[in-house]
Design a protein around this ligand. Structure first.
Ligand SMILES: [Zn+2]
Length: 88
């Protein structure tokens, strides 16, 4: 989960396709019954849509987004527990 450069919230999840999709990343087909990544976008005003990506293509997308804004899981965990390691 992250934010893209338009300020939209982007959520990645794995899913199985029930019909034939075209991947926006490579414009290739995603076969019926194939595991792929569902990418959901939520705009700041609440409007949402989704796209179907190959897992590999979505990974590239994810990597691009991480350049813009990163929320590492370690940071969230550090807030909850005392396991930050800052004190010796
Ligand atoms: Zn693709």
């Amino acid at each position: 989960m992250g934010k893209d450069f338009d300020g939209n919230t982007v959520v990645f999840s794995f899913t199985i396709s029930h019909s034939l999709y075209t991947c926006p990343g490579c414009h290739g087909a995603i076969e019926v019954g194939g595991e792929h990544t569902l990418v959901r976008y939520v705009e700041p005003d609440g409007e949402a849509w989704h796209q179907h990506w190959h897992r590999d293509c979505a990974r590239n997308l994810e990597r691009e987004m991480k350049h813009l804004q990163t929320r590492p899981a370690a940071e969230l965990q550090g807030r909850r527990g005392p396991k930050t390691g800052r004190r010796r």
